[in-house]
Structure formats: C-alpha cells, structure tokens
Design a binder for this molecule. Structure first.
Ligand SMILES: *Cc1c(COP(=O)(O)O)cnc(C)c1O
Length: 364
C-alpha cells in the first residue's frame, strides 16, 4: 500500500489509483559531486526509475489520473504538451498499459535529441500524434478537439491536463513526500534540509510541499523555474497547494488543513535562460558534470537547469553543512529498444522537421 493511503486510509476508498509506478524509488548518495561542491551531504531521489517501461516524475501523477480515466469509463485519453513532452510520452505508454487509447496534442518547441526520441517512442507506443500550431493555447485547442470528437463520433476522451498537474495528479507527489519520510525513518538518508527540483507545471514541487508539511518535515523546496508564467508562478503555487489540500481533505477529513509554508518555498528564476526547452550554458555544464562525477544522465530542459540551481547555491556557500536532496525527475529507462524499428517518416508530416532540422546549438 502506498504511504499516502497508509497514513489516510479513507483516501484509498475515495481516490482512484492504478499501481503503475515502481515505488519506492531509490535514494542514492552523490558523494563525488557533494564533496566537490562543498555540500554537507548530497543525495538524489531517483524518480527516473519510477516505472519499468518508462520512468520520470510523470508516472506518479498518471497512477492517479489514468485510474480516474478508467473509473469514468473512458476508452481514450487526450493530453497535450510540447512536441518532446515527457508527460505526453508517459501518458501514451501507461494509457496503453491500461487499455486506453492515447491522443497527444503537441505544440512546437526548440529542437533537441530528446524531442526526436520521444516522438518516435510515442509513435511506437501507438499514440495518435497530432501537431498543433496556432494562436489558440494548446489547452484550449484540446478542449475544442474533445468537443469536436464528441459531436462527430460520440467519443469522449478523458482530458489529462498539461504535465498532469491537476490536484489529483499532484497527489502523486504528496505520496512521494510521505515515501521520503519513510526512507528517512528507515535511515536511508537524514532528513534533507533542502530539495532542489525543476518546476514546469508545478505538480511535482507543490505535491512535495504539501506532503512534506503533512509529514512534519521542515525541508525547504527550491523550485527551479523551467517555464514562464502561468505554468510556474507564485500564484499558481498557492492555488495548486490549496486545491490539492482541498481535494485530500474532502476525500479524508483526517488530512490536515495545511497553510502554505511561505518560508520553506522559493521559485528560482535565475536558471530558465531564454525560455522553456532552450538550453543554457549552466544547464548543459551541469548535465556534463553529473555525467562525469556520478555517471547519471540528465537533460537540458528540466533537470540540467535544476542542478545548475543547486550548483550555483553550492558555489555561493549556502549548502555548507546541509543535507541536500536533488529530486531527479528524468526518465532513466532506455528508449532505444522500442524505437529501433521506427523511422521518422512514419510520423505525421508536421513532425518531420525535428529530424531534418539541426538540434539547438548548445546540444551540438
Ligand atoms: C515534466 C517534467 C518536470 C516538471 O514537473 P512539473 O510537475 O510539471 O513541474 C521536471 N522534470 C522532467 C524531466 C519532466 O519531464
């Protein structure tokens, strides 16, 4: 049983949950990097291993969201994101596992090797890949598409929000914080003073913040911005925190009525660079460094920027003597076996450009 349900048994009766994730995810010491940068103790929470077929932070959210789709009787799910979205790909892979057909609405983004791999993997998973471009937001276009499908075919796909960051998806990271508390209690690591995590649509950092408060841990969360507002913003943080606590309290009145922990949360704006999925010198340097020191593969859109934030604070001396946890949100499972037999010209034509055009300069 997941720690969230063990702590608040009524939630198990009231919240849909499909055991898609391999939990708990391991914690590993990053001693080489830790001693090099002068952090007291440095650990990584390895959510890259959160699923057998595909890992990363989205699996924890989808365990709730896809179960909700099934509980509603949906046969299809639709979600949206940028062309190389890890969330869209995770949705495709795990929807299929539950017998749901995935539709992915994908908006343009800066080119990268990851975009190519994720598109091929989504195709291999049998997703219906749709290129979306236009002045309407992709979220709005998705709602229009669902209405059109219903009108013309009677189909009613279940909508999964961007990044899976509804209150229900966010509950996946409330559980993750309770899982961390159990690992602390078991002596796997000391209670961290601070967690560094990338913030895209905020479900990850805010779910952790709710869960840490519920667990009575005084850990600070440094949410390293990788998107612009409204995807990441102080207002969104407070709103999602309150809505997630509200959802959990409605489902189990025993869940505490938590106030937003103002002094234990910060959005870090310095590492975004030119925008979402645009690599930065600091982010790429962080990716190279962790590969060299710990043999861990990160990427430039999310985790490289989050690690750049940690490294900058280490240089500034604020991590001395502290226990620091890097929440690694990036898939660690290989995609190559599933995409070997797929050629890009099998994809819908609007996606071919990612394979013809060069990747962005910092990746070359
Ligand atoms: C989606 C994603 C994030 C951001 O998570 P949010 O919950 O959307 O803030 C971080 N890292 C990786 C690798 C991701 O795919």
């Amino acid at each position: 049983m997941i720690p969230l349900f063990r702590a608040y048994p009524a939630l198990q009766e009231r919240l849909p949950y499909a055991p898609l994730a391999s939990l708990p995810t391991p914690v590993r010491a990053w001693d080489a990097l830790g001693s090099e940068v002068g952090a007291g103790r440095l650990y990584a929470k390895c959510d890259g291993e959160s699923g057998a077929d595909y890992g990363g932070n989205k699996v924890r959210k989808l365990a709730f969201l896809l179960a909700a789709a099934r509980a509603r009787g949906a046969r299809e799910v639709i979600t949206f994101g940028a062309a190389g979205s890890n969330h869209a790909l995770a949705t495709a892979i795990y929807a299929r596992k539950l017998g749901l057909a995935p539709i992915l609405m994908l908006a343009p983004q800066p080119n990268a090797e990851n975009v190519r791999r994720n598109l091929l993997r989504g195709y291999a998973a049998g997703a219906d890949l749709r290129h979306f471009q236009g002045r309407r937001a992709v979220s709005r276009a998705t709602v229009d598409e669902v209405l059109r499908l219903h009108r013309e075919t009677g189909r009613r796909p279940y909508i999964i929000p961007a990044g899976g960051s509804s209150p229900l998806g966010t509950a996946g990271f409330v559980n993750a914080a309770l899982e961390l508390r159990d690992q602390v209690a078991a002596g796997v690591l000391p209670a961290p003073d601070v967690i560094y995590v990338a913030s895209g649509t905020m479900g990850t950092c805010i779910g952790l913040l709710v869960g840490l408060a519920a667990a009575g841990l005084e850990t600070r969360v440094e949410a390293v911005r990788v998107t612009v507002a409204p995807f990441t913003s102080p207002e969104k943080a407070r709103h999602l925190f309150a809505r997630t606590v509200g959802l959990l309290r409605r489902a189990d009145p025993g869940f505490p009525d938590l106030a937003f922990p103002e002094t234990r949360f910060a959005i870090r704006d310095e590492f975004l660079g030119a925008g979402y999925a645009r690599y930065t010198e600091a982010g790429v340097a962080a990716v190279d460094r962790i590969k060299a020191r710990e043999g861990v593969v990160l990427e430039g859109t999310y985790t490289g920027k989050a690690l750049a934030g940690l490294l900058a604070d280490a240089v500034a001396g604020t991590l001395e003597g502290r226990t620091v946890l890097f929440w690694n949100t990036y898939n660690a499972r290989p995609l190559a076996p599933a995409i070997q037999s797929v050629d890009y010209d099998q994809l819908p034509a609007p996606f071919h450009r990612y394979f013809v055009e060069p990747v962005q300069a910092l990746e070359r």
